[in-house]
Design a protein around this ligand. Structure first.
Ligand SMILES: Cc1cc2nc3c(=O)[nH]c(=O)nc-3n(C[C@H](O)[C@H](O)[C@H](O)COP(=O)(O)OP(=O)(O)OC[C@H]3O[C@@H](n4cnc5c(N)ncnc54)[C@H](O)[C@@H]3O)c2cc1C
Length: 397
Protein backbone atom coordinates (compact mmCIF):
# COMPACT_ATOMS: atom_id res chain seq x y z
CA UNK A 1 0.00 0.00 0.00
CA UNK A 2 1.70 3.17 -1.24
CA UNK A 3 0.76 6.68 -0.22
CA UNK A 4 0.68 7.48 -3.93
CA UNK A 5 0.74 5.21 -6.98
CA UNK A 6 1.74 7.00 -10.18
CA UNK A 7 0.62 5.47 -13.46
CA UNK A 8 3.09 6.46 -16.21
CA UNK A 9 6.81 7.00 -15.74
CA UNK A 10 7.55 9.83 -18.17
CA UNK A 11 9.06 13.12 -17.10
CA UNK A 12 5.79 14.17 -15.44
CA UNK A 13 5.34 10.98 -13.40
CA UNK A 14 9.00 10.71 -12.41
CA UNK A 15 9.29 14.38 -11.42
CA UNK A 16 6.15 14.07 -9.30
CA UNK A 17 7.40 10.85 -7.73
CA UNK A 18 10.70 12.47 -6.76
CA UNK A 19 9.01 15.49 -5.22
CA UNK A 20 6.53 13.37 -3.26
CA UNK A 21 9.28 11.07 -1.98
CA UNK A 22 11.36 14.06 -0.89
CA UNK A 23 8.34 15.06 1.19
CA UNK A 24 8.22 11.73 2.99
CA UNK A 25 5.58 9.95 0.89
CA UNK A 26 5.89 6.30 -0.08
CA UNK A 27 5.56 6.24 -3.85
CA UNK A 28 5.21 3.61 -6.55
CA UNK A 29 5.55 4.31 -10.27
CA UNK A 30 4.42 1.83 -12.90
CA UNK A 31 5.18 2.12 -16.59
CA UNK A 32 3.96 -0.18 -19.31
CA UNK A 33 7.38 0.04 -20.97
CA UNK A 34 10.75 1.38 -19.88
CA UNK A 35 10.23 4.54 -17.77
CA UNK A 36 11.22 7.72 -19.56
CA UNK A 37 11.38 6.21 -23.03
CA UNK A 38 8.34 7.79 -24.67
CA UNK A 39 7.66 11.47 -25.47
CA UNK A 40 9.95 12.59 -22.66
CA UNK A 41 12.92 10.83 -24.23
CA UNK A 42 12.01 11.92 -27.78
CA UNK A 43 11.79 15.64 -27.04
CA UNK A 44 14.31 18.36 -27.79
CA UNK A 45 14.61 19.77 -24.27
CA UNK A 46 13.99 23.41 -25.15
CA UNK A 47 13.15 25.45 -22.05
CA UNK A 48 11.69 28.86 -22.84
CA UNK A 49 12.25 31.84 -20.56
CA UNK A 50 9.14 32.77 -18.59
CA UNK A 51 9.00 35.50 -15.97
CA UNK A 52 7.10 34.33 -12.91
CA UNK A 53 6.86 37.80 -11.42
CA UNK A 54 4.62 39.08 -14.22
CA UNK A 55 2.74 35.85 -14.98
CA UNK A 56 -1.03 36.22 -14.57
CA UNK A 57 -2.60 33.15 -16.19
CA UNK A 58 -1.97 29.96 -14.17
CA UNK A 59 -0.33 28.41 -17.26
CA UNK A 60 2.24 31.21 -17.31
CA UNK A 61 2.64 30.90 -13.54
CA UNK A 62 3.44 27.24 -14.06
CA UNK A 63 5.97 28.26 -16.72
CA UNK A 64 7.51 30.92 -14.49
CA UNK A 65 7.86 28.45 -11.63
CA UNK A 66 9.48 25.94 -13.99
CA UNK A 67 11.94 28.57 -15.23
CA UNK A 68 13.02 29.06 -11.63
CA UNK A 69 13.08 25.38 -10.74
CA UNK A 70 15.04 23.99 -13.71
CA UNK A 71 18.44 25.34 -12.67
CA UNK A 72 17.78 24.33 -9.04
CA UNK A 73 16.75 20.80 -10.03
CA UNK A 74 19.71 20.41 -12.37
CA UNK A 75 22.03 21.31 -9.49
CA UNK A 76 20.30 19.01 -7.02
CA UNK A 77 20.14 16.10 -9.45
CA UNK A 78 23.84 16.51 -10.22
CA UNK A 79 24.80 16.60 -6.57
CA UNK A 80 22.77 13.55 -5.52
CA UNK A 81 23.14 11.36 -8.62
CA UNK A 82 26.34 12.67 -10.20
CA UNK A 83 24.49 12.96 -13.54
CA UNK A 84 24.82 16.19 -15.48
CA UNK A 85 21.41 16.78 -17.07
CA UNK A 86 22.88 19.14 -19.64
CA UNK A 87 20.85 22.08 -18.36
CA UNK A 88 22.36 25.25 -19.70
CA UNK A 89 21.24 28.68 -20.64
CA UNK A 90 22.29 28.86 -24.29
CA UNK A 91 19.89 31.52 -25.60
CA UNK A 92 17.47 31.18 -28.47
CA UNK A 93 16.99 32.96 -31.78
CA UNK A 94 13.57 33.15 -33.45
CA UNK A 95 13.25 33.62 -37.20
CA UNK A 96 10.21 34.18 -39.39
CA UNK A 97 9.92 33.07 -43.01
CA UNK A 98 6.74 34.73 -44.23
CA UNK A 99 5.16 38.13 -43.56
CA UNK A 100 2.44 36.41 -41.55
CA UNK A 101 5.00 34.61 -39.38
CA UNK A 102 6.94 37.84 -39.02
CA UNK A 103 3.88 39.68 -37.76
CA UNK A 104 3.04 36.87 -35.33
CA UNK A 105 6.63 36.73 -34.11
CA UNK A 106 6.71 40.48 -33.63
CA UNK A 107 3.50 40.41 -31.62
CA UNK A 108 4.88 37.59 -29.51
CA UNK A 109 8.16 39.46 -28.91
CA UNK A 110 6.11 42.47 -27.92
CA UNK A 111 4.17 40.39 -25.44
CA UNK A 112 7.35 38.84 -24.01
CA UNK A 113 8.91 42.25 -23.54
CA UNK A 114 5.74 43.38 -21.78
CA UNK A 115 6.14 40.47 -19.38
CA UNK A 116 9.66 41.50 -18.51
CA UNK A 117 11.38 38.70 -20.45
CA UNK A 118 14.73 39.72 -21.86
CA UNK A 119 13.95 39.87 -25.58
CA UNK A 120 15.98 41.67 -28.19
CA UNK A 121 15.18 42.40 -31.79
CA UNK A 122 18.09 41.75 -34.05
CA UNK A 123 19.09 43.52 -37.23
CA UNK A 124 20.81 41.67 -40.05
CA UNK A 125 24.30 42.93 -39.22
CA UNK A 126 24.00 41.66 -35.63
CA UNK A 127 22.66 38.23 -36.51
CA UNK A 128 25.97 36.71 -37.59
CA UNK A 129 27.71 38.22 -34.55
CA UNK A 130 25.23 36.60 -32.17
CA UNK A 131 25.19 33.32 -34.11
CA UNK A 132 28.10 32.91 -36.52
CA UNK A 133 26.74 29.51 -37.56
CA UNK A 134 23.99 31.24 -39.52
CA UNK A 135 26.54 33.04 -41.67
CA UNK A 136 26.19 32.01 -45.29
CA UNK A 137 22.71 30.61 -44.86
CA UNK A 138 20.35 31.16 -47.74
CA UNK A 139 19.65 34.77 -48.66
CA UNK A 140 16.20 34.48 -47.24
CA UNK A 141 17.69 34.30 -43.75
CA UNK A 142 20.14 37.12 -43.93
CA UNK A 143 18.14 39.13 -46.44
CA UNK A 144 14.73 40.62 -46.61
CA UNK A 145 12.42 37.64 -46.37
CA UNK A 146 13.11 37.27 -42.68
CA UNK A 147 11.61 40.23 -41.02
CA UNK A 148 9.95 41.30 -37.86
CA UNK A 149 7.32 43.92 -37.47
CA UNK A 150 8.57 47.11 -35.89
CA UNK A 151 6.50 47.19 -32.78
CA UNK A 152 5.71 49.81 -30.23
CA UNK A 153 8.70 48.70 -28.18
CA UNK A 154 11.07 49.29 -31.06
CA UNK A 155 13.01 52.50 -31.17
CA UNK A 156 13.76 51.84 -34.82
CA UNK A 157 11.72 53.63 -37.49
CA UNK A 158 8.69 51.81 -38.83
CA UNK A 159 8.73 51.20 -42.57
CA UNK A 160 6.02 50.34 -45.03
CA UNK A 161 2.32 50.33 -44.53
CA UNK A 162 -0.29 47.77 -43.64
CA UNK A 163 -0.21 45.10 -41.02
CA UNK A 164 3.51 44.42 -40.99
CA UNK A 165 6.69 46.16 -41.93
CA UNK A 166 9.76 44.58 -43.44
CA UNK A 167 11.76 46.91 -41.22
CA UNK A 168 15.37 46.31 -40.38
CA UNK A 169 14.87 43.37 -38.02
CA UNK A 170 15.52 39.79 -39.07
CA UNK A 171 15.21 37.92 -35.80
CA UNK A 172 14.26 37.97 -32.14
CA UNK A 173 16.85 36.94 -29.56
CA UNK A 174 16.03 35.54 -26.12
CA UNK A 175 19.30 35.24 -24.18
CA UNK A 176 17.59 33.40 -21.29
CA UNK A 177 16.23 30.48 -23.31
CA UNK A 178 17.74 27.25 -21.98
CA UNK A 179 17.97 23.56 -22.79
CA UNK A 180 18.42 20.25 -21.07
CA UNK A 181 19.44 16.88 -22.44
CA UNK A 182 16.21 15.11 -21.69
CA UNK A 183 17.55 11.52 -21.87
CA UNK A 184 20.11 12.46 -19.21
CA UNK A 185 17.56 14.38 -17.18
CA UNK A 186 15.34 11.28 -17.15
CA UNK A 187 18.27 9.08 -16.18
CA UNK A 188 18.98 11.45 -13.30
CA UNK A 189 15.32 11.51 -12.22
CA UNK A 190 15.15 7.71 -12.20
CA UNK A 191 18.34 7.56 -10.10
CA UNK A 192 17.05 10.27 -7.74
CA UNK A 193 13.73 8.44 -7.36
CA UNK A 194 15.52 5.22 -6.47
CA UNK A 195 17.71 7.03 -3.95
CA UNK A 196 14.62 8.48 -2.24
CA UNK A 197 12.85 5.11 -2.04
CA UNK A 198 10.45 5.36 -4.98
CA UNK A 199 9.61 1.92 -6.29
CA UNK A 200 9.70 2.07 -10.08
CA UNK A 201 8.26 -0.90 -11.95
CA UNK A 202 9.04 -1.19 -15.65
CA UNK A 203 6.89 -3.22 -18.05
CA UNK A 204 3.86 -3.04 -15.73
CA UNK A 205 0.79 -1.60 -17.45
CA UNK A 206 -2.33 -0.42 -15.70
CA UNK A 207 -4.74 -2.84 -17.34
CA UNK A 208 -7.86 -1.98 -15.38
CA UNK A 209 -9.02 0.38 -12.66
CA UNK A 210 -11.32 -1.03 -9.97
CA UNK A 211 -13.72 1.42 -8.34
CA UNK A 212 -15.51 1.05 -5.01
CA UNK A 213 -18.01 3.79 -4.22
CA UNK A 214 -16.31 7.08 -5.01
CA UNK A 215 -12.77 5.71 -4.74
CA UNK A 216 -10.27 3.79 -6.80
CA UNK A 217 -9.83 0.53 -4.92
CA UNK A 218 -6.95 -0.89 -6.93
CA UNK A 219 -5.18 -0.92 -10.26
CA UNK A 220 -5.10 -4.27 -12.02
CA UNK A 221 -1.82 -5.23 -13.70
CA UNK A 222 -0.55 -8.45 -15.28
CA UNK A 223 1.55 -9.02 -12.15
CA UNK A 224 -1.33 -8.50 -9.73
CA UNK A 225 -3.36 -5.65 -8.22
CA UNK A 226 -1.71 -2.54 -6.80
CA UNK A 227 -3.17 -0.41 -4.04
CA UNK A 228 -2.48 3.09 -2.78
CA UNK A 229 -4.15 5.81 -0.75
CA UNK A 230 -4.10 8.08 -3.79
CA UNK A 231 -3.52 7.52 -7.51
CA UNK A 232 -2.17 9.91 -10.10
CA UNK A 233 -2.46 9.30 -13.85
CA UNK A 234 0.52 10.60 -15.79
CA UNK A 235 0.38 8.39 -18.86
CA UNK A 236 1.06 11.14 -21.42
CA UNK A 237 -0.62 10.57 -24.78
CA UNK A 238 -2.20 7.35 -23.45
CA UNK A 239 -4.00 9.00 -20.52
CA UNK A 240 -7.29 9.64 -22.36
CA UNK A 241 -7.43 6.02 -23.50
CA UNK A 242 -6.71 4.78 -19.98
CA UNK A 243 -9.34 6.94 -18.28
CA UNK A 244 -12.00 6.41 -20.93
CA UNK A 245 -12.89 3.16 -19.17
CA UNK A 246 -13.89 5.24 -16.11
CA UNK A 247 -16.03 7.49 -18.28
CA UNK A 248 -13.76 10.44 -17.43
CA UNK A 249 -13.73 12.88 -20.37
CA UNK A 250 -10.05 13.59 -20.98
CA UNK A 251 -9.40 14.87 -24.50
CA UNK A 252 -5.75 14.04 -25.11
CA UNK A 253 -4.54 12.92 -28.53
CA UNK A 254 -1.12 11.69 -29.63
CA UNK A 255 0.59 14.16 -31.97
CA UNK A 256 3.67 12.68 -33.61
CA UNK A 257 6.89 14.65 -33.72
CA UNK A 258 9.86 13.44 -35.78
CA UNK A 259 13.45 14.41 -35.06
CA UNK A 260 16.78 14.14 -36.78
CA UNK A 261 20.20 14.22 -35.10
CA UNK A 262 23.42 15.27 -36.81
CA UNK A 263 26.81 14.31 -35.50
CA UNK A 264 29.28 17.07 -36.27
CA UNK A 265 32.89 16.29 -37.06
CA UNK A 266 35.36 17.07 -34.28
CA UNK A 267 32.62 17.15 -31.67
CA UNK A 268 31.83 20.81 -32.13
CA UNK A 269 28.34 22.04 -33.04
CA UNK A 270 28.43 24.85 -35.61
CA UNK A 271 25.86 26.87 -33.65
CA UNK A 272 25.70 27.94 -30.02
CA UNK A 273 22.06 28.99 -29.78
CA UNK A 274 18.75 27.26 -30.30
CA UNK A 275 17.38 28.42 -33.65
CA UNK A 276 13.57 28.50 -33.80
CA UNK A 277 11.44 29.05 -36.85
CA UNK A 278 7.70 28.53 -36.55
CA UNK A 279 7.20 25.04 -35.14
CA UNK A 280 10.69 23.89 -36.21
CA UNK A 281 14.02 24.31 -34.50
CA UNK A 282 17.70 23.38 -34.40
CA UNK A 283 19.27 22.59 -31.04
CA UNK A 284 23.04 22.31 -30.50
CA UNK A 285 24.35 19.93 -27.84
CA UNK A 286 27.69 20.38 -26.10
CA UNK A 287 29.24 17.24 -27.62
CA UNK A 288 28.75 18.33 -31.23
CA UNK A 289 25.40 16.71 -31.81
CA UNK A 290 22.70 18.89 -33.32
CA UNK A 291 18.96 18.13 -33.27
CA UNK A 292 16.59 19.20 -36.01
CA UNK A 293 12.90 19.06 -35.23
CA UNK A 294 10.05 18.65 -35.54
CA UNK A 295 6.84 17.63 -37.29
CA UNK A 296 3.28 17.81 -35.96
CA UNK A 297 1.32 14.85 -37.33
CA UNK A 298 -1.98 13.31 -36.33
CA UNK A 299 -1.34 9.63 -37.11
CA UNK A 300 -2.64 7.93 -33.99
CA UNK A 301 -0.18 5.93 -31.88
CA UNK A 302 2.25 5.40 -34.76
CA UNK A 303 5.82 6.24 -33.75
CA UNK A 304 7.53 5.41 -37.04
CA UNK A 305 9.63 7.98 -38.84
CA UNK A 306 9.02 8.73 -42.51
CA UNK A 307 11.69 9.34 -45.15
CA UNK A 308 10.03 12.53 -46.39
CA UNK A 309 9.78 14.16 -42.99
CA UNK A 310 13.36 13.30 -42.06
CA UNK A 311 14.62 14.65 -45.41
CA UNK A 312 12.57 17.82 -44.87
CA UNK A 313 13.93 18.38 -41.37
CA UNK A 314 17.49 17.77 -42.53
CA UNK A 315 17.07 20.22 -45.42
CA UNK A 316 15.56 22.81 -43.08
CA UNK A 317 18.51 22.57 -40.69
CA UNK A 318 21.10 22.57 -43.49
CA UNK A 319 19.55 25.59 -45.19
CA UNK A 320 19.84 27.62 -42.03
CA UNK A 321 23.19 26.26 -40.84
CA UNK A 322 25.42 25.62 -43.88
CA UNK A 323 28.07 23.78 -41.83
CA UNK A 324 25.54 20.97 -41.28
CA UNK A 325 25.76 20.14 -45.00
CA UNK A 326 28.72 17.84 -44.30
CA UNK A 327 27.51 16.52 -40.95
CA UNK A 328 26.14 12.98 -41.18
CA UNK A 329 22.74 12.12 -39.77
CA UNK A 330 23.45 9.83 -36.84
CA UNK A 331 19.91 8.97 -35.92
CA UNK A 332 16.25 9.87 -36.36
CA UNK A 333 13.21 9.07 -34.22
CA UNK A 334 9.66 10.05 -33.42
CA UNK A 335 7.65 10.55 -30.25
CA UNK A 336 4.01 11.13 -29.36
CA UNK A 337 3.21 14.44 -27.74
CA UNK A 338 0.21 14.40 -25.43
CA UNK A 339 -1.93 17.09 -27.06
CA UNK A 340 -5.02 18.30 -25.23
CA UNK A 341 -7.90 19.91 -27.14
CA UNK A 342 -7.01 23.41 -25.92
CA UNK A 343 -3.26 23.12 -25.47
CA UNK A 344 -3.43 23.19 -21.66
CA UNK A 345 -2.52 20.19 -19.51
CA UNK A 346 -5.05 18.46 -17.31
CA UNK A 347 -4.01 18.93 -13.69
CA UNK A 348 -5.92 18.22 -10.50
CA UNK A 349 -8.46 15.80 -9.07
CA UNK A 350 -10.51 13.47 -11.27
CA UNK A 351 -14.21 14.29 -10.94
CA UNK A 352 -16.32 11.88 -8.91
CA UNK A 353 -13.33 10.09 -7.33
CA UNK A 354 -11.95 11.18 -3.97
CA UNK A 355 -8.51 9.59 -4.36
CA UNK A 356 -7.65 10.05 -8.05
CA UNK A 357 -5.68 12.77 -9.82
CA UNK A 358 -4.34 13.56 -13.25
CA UNK A 359 -1.26 15.37 -14.60
CA UNK A 360 -1.16 14.88 -18.37
CA UNK A 361 -1.56 16.62 -21.71
CA UNK A 362 1.47 18.93 -21.64
CA UNK A 363 1.73 18.86 -25.44
CA UNK A 364 4.96 20.58 -26.61
CA UNK A 365 6.02 21.78 -23.15
CA UNK A 366 6.07 18.79 -20.84
CA UNK A 367 9.83 18.80 -20.31
CA UNK A 368 9.72 22.50 -19.57
CA UNK A 369 6.66 22.38 -17.29
CA UNK A 370 7.64 19.17 -15.46
CA UNK A 371 9.23 20.58 -12.29
CA UNK A 372 6.42 23.06 -11.63
CA UNK A 373 3.81 20.41 -12.42
CA UNK A 374 5.52 18.11 -9.92
CA UNK A 375 5.60 20.75 -7.20
CA UNK A 376 1.97 21.88 -7.51
CA UNK A 377 0.63 18.33 -7.92
CA UNK A 378 2.71 17.12 -4.99
CA UNK A 379 1.22 19.89 -2.84
CA UNK A 380 -2.27 18.93 -3.92
CA UNK A 381 -1.70 15.22 -3.26
CA UNK A 382 -0.26 15.98 0.18
CA UNK A 383 -3.19 18.23 1.05
CA UNK A 384 -1.11 21.41 1.19
CA UNK A 385 -2.42 24.73 -0.08
CA UNK A 386 -1.53 24.98 -3.77
CA UNK A 387 0.47 27.73 -5.44
CA UNK A 388 -1.75 28.02 -8.50
CA UNK A 389 -5.39 28.08 -9.47
CA UNK A 390 -6.20 24.65 -10.98
CA UNK A 391 -9.45 25.82 -12.62
CA UNK A 392 -8.06 26.27 -16.17
CA UNK A 393 -6.60 22.75 -15.99
CA UNK A 394 -9.58 20.87 -14.56
CA UNK A 395 -11.13 17.83 -16.24
CA UNK A 396 -14.44 18.77 -17.88
CA UNK A 397 -13.43 22.40 -18.42
C1 LIG B 1 9.63 15.40 -31.02
C2 LIG B 1 9.25 16.04 -29.71
C3 LIG B 1 9.90 17.21 -29.30
C4 LIG B 1 9.58 17.80 -28.07
N1 LIG B 1 10.30 18.88 -27.64
C5 LIG B 1 10.02 19.42 -26.43
C6 LIG B 1 10.79 20.51 -25.95
O1 LIG B 1 11.74 20.95 -26.60
N2 LIG B 1 10.47 21.04 -24.73
C7 LIG B 1 9.42 20.55 -23.98
O2 LIG B 1 9.17 21.08 -22.90
N3 LIG B 1 8.68 19.51 -24.42
C8 LIG B 1 8.95 18.95 -25.63
N4 LIG B 1 8.19 17.92 -26.10
C9 LIG B 1 7.00 17.52 -25.34
C10 LIG B 1 7.37 16.66 -24.17
O3 LIG B 1 8.25 15.66 -24.58
C11 LIG B 1 6.08 16.06 -23.58
O4 LIG B 1 5.14 17.07 -23.29
C12 LIG B 1 6.40 15.32 -22.28
O5 LIG B 1 7.45 14.41 -22.48
C13 LIG B 1 5.18 14.58 -21.75
O6 LIG B 1 5.60 13.84 -20.64
P1 LIG B 1 4.68 12.72 -20.02
O7 LIG B 1 5.40 12.18 -18.86
O8 LIG B 1 3.31 13.27 -19.82
O9 LIG B 1 4.52 11.65 -21.21
P2 LIG B 1 5.47 10.45 -21.68
O10 LIG B 1 6.89 10.80 -21.66
O11 LIG B 1 4.92 9.95 -22.97
O12 LIG B 1 5.26 9.36 -20.54
C14 LIG B 1 4.05 8.67 -20.38
C15 LIG B 1 4.40 7.28 -19.86
O13 LIG B 1 3.20 6.60 -19.52
C16 LIG B 1 3.40 5.24 -19.83
N5 LIG B 1 2.09 4.58 -19.96
C17 LIG B 1 1.17 4.74 -20.93
N6 LIG B 1 0.09 3.97 -20.71
C18 LIG B 1 0.33 3.30 -19.54
C19 LIG B 1 -0.39 2.35 -18.79
N7 LIG B 1 -1.61 1.91 -19.15
N8 LIG B 1 0.16 1.86 -17.65
C20 LIG B 1 1.39 2.28 -17.24
N9 LIG B 1 2.12 3.19 -17.94
C21 LIG B 1 1.60 3.70 -19.06
C22 LIG B 1 4.20 5.25 -21.12
O14 LIG B 1 4.89 4.03 -21.32
C23 LIG B 1 5.13 6.44 -20.91
O15 LIG B 1 6.40 6.06 -20.41
C24 LIG B 1 8.54 17.26 -27.28
C25 LIG B 1 7.90 16.09 -27.69
C26 LIG B 1 8.25 15.47 -28.88
C27 LIG B 1 7.58 14.20 -29.29
Amino acid sequence: MYDVLIVGGGVIGLSLAWDLARHGQSVGVIDRGQPGREASWAGAGILPAVNRATAIHPYDQLGGLSSELHPEWAGELKSITGIDTGYRCCGGLYLARTPGEAAALAAWADDQAGQGVNVQKVVREELADIEPGLRGSSDSVSGTQYSVLSTKYSALPKKGTGVFSLGPHVAVYLPDEAQLRNPRHLQALIAACSLTGVQISANVAAADIAIAGNEIREIATATGPLRARRYCFTAGAWTGQLLARLGVPVAILPLRGQMVMFCCPEGAAPIRHIINEGSRYIVPRDDGRVLGGSTEEEVGFDKRTTEDAIADLAAFARTLVPALADAPIERSWAGLRPASFDGLPYLGPLPGLSNAYIAAGHFRSGLFLSPATAVVMSQLLRGEPGQIDFAPFRVGR
